[in-house]
Design a protein around this ligand. Structure first.
Ligand SMILES: Cc1cc2nc3c(=O)[nH]c(=O)nc-3n(C[C@H](O)[C@H](O)[C@H](O)COP(=O)(O)O)c2cc1C
Length: 324
């Protein structure tokens, strides 16, 4: 039985639900030798700011139980260099490209939106409202009003679909998500890294130069998954679930919680082939369950699980596999 993994959201048809999350995949070029990018649903490019940024001083990456803490600090060549040197080469990346931007002011968001709008290869624009690693930068996604201001500015500057990347470590994610949609976001990425730190017990000092960074990887999955579930319960908006997806079971949990698209970040740094293994696992699971379309399991946790799916499709005896 063939399984249809395609997903259509905000006017874009993705061949499958896997998206390389912004950051670990860079602009995609270095990854080409390790991963056939045409096999993933999309890549969200490294976040670009108005001016070039060298990022934070090292050490800016440290491991911890169940993940890594980074304080890269949005290292990027700036929008001018991106337009001149990166954008003309984006055709080499044979999957859907989502641009990512981060403004330091409302005016910057607007300019970045306008510049991204000009690039034909960019099919949607993600707003990184939630990077915890830049000193002095507003945490847009931690405030409803700031979230709206940034999204409105970009909304005015482009007709391309815009995706608001929200922070998982907020108390009222549903309220912020609602405001984001009201302001014009076509989709939500939930979420980003979560502020974290380590201390070197020999020196008695923080390991990272910036003292704190953002935690990613398996440790954050249950936290972000709960946010995806809550937002999907409250709102009818496409969600990209991002946080600690290391294998196909993690990806399925996000889909069942309501994410129609699933981002992969840290897993890619450990194994660049992991998206292919995740896709194989999802496909195998669906086939064994007798489910023909990935779309059928999106948000299933809100609809009574597999029993409900069995009723809806009129199929009998969907097998309950003992994976847990
Ligand atoms: C080294 C590194 C760099 C990142 N850079 C960005 C970035 O530039 N923009 C952004 O929106 N998110 C960035 N992220 C966050 C990821 O896109 C993702 O939201 C986060 O790592 C959680 O997913 P994961 O657990 O699968 O890594 C970065 C993450 C890592 C580990």
């Amino acid at each position: 039985m063939g399984v249809d993994l395609s997903v259509e959201r905000f006017g874009i048809k993705f061949e499958n639900p896997l998206i390389l999350a912004s950051g670990p995949a860079g602009f995609g070029f270095e990854l080409l030798q390790y991963l056939d990018l045409s096999k993933v649903g999309a890549i969200t490019l490294k976040t670009v700011t108005l001016n070039p940024r060298e990022g934070n001083a090292p050490p800016r990456l440290v491991d911890t139980h169940g993940g890594i803490i980074n304080s890269i600090g949005l290292q990027n060549p700036g929008i001018g260099e991106f337009i001149n040197s990166i954008a003309p080469r984006l055709k080499e990346i044979k999957t859907i490209k989502i641009g990512s931007i981060a403004g330091f002011s409302v005016e910057e968001w607007k300019v970045l939106g306008e510049e991204m709008d000009k690039i034909k290869e960019i099919k949607a624009i993600e707003l990184d409202l939630s990077c915890p690693n830049v000193k002095g930068k507003k945490m847009w996604a931690k405030d409803e009003k700031l979230t709206q201001e940034a999204i409105k500015a970009v909304r005015e500057s482009t007709d391309k679909p815009i995706i608001a990347k929200l922070a998982p470590d907020v108390t009222g994610i549903v309220g912020i998500a609602k405001k984001a949609v009201e302001a014009g976001a076509d989709g939500l990425s939930i979420g980003n890294t979560i502020e974290a730190m380590r201390i070197n017990i020999e020196t008695g000092l923080p390991v990272l130069k910036l003292k704190t960074g953002g935690l990613s990887g398996p440790a954050i999955k249950p936290i972000t998954l709960a946010r995806v579930f809550k937002v999907a319960e409250a709102l009818d908006v496409p969600i990209i679930g991002i946080g600690g997806v290391m294998n196909w079971k993690d990806a399925l949990e996000y889909a069942m919680a309501g994410a129609s698209l699933i981002g992969i970040g840290t897993a890619l740094m450990i194994n660049p082939q992991s998206p292919l293994e995740i896709l194989e696992g999802i496909e195998r699971f669906l086939r064994q369950k007798g489910i023909e379309r990935f779309e059928d399991i999106v948000g299933i946790a809100h609809r009574g699980g597999f029993r409900c799916l069995s009723k809806n499709t009129g199929k009998r005896g969907i097998r309950t596999l003992q994976y847990w």
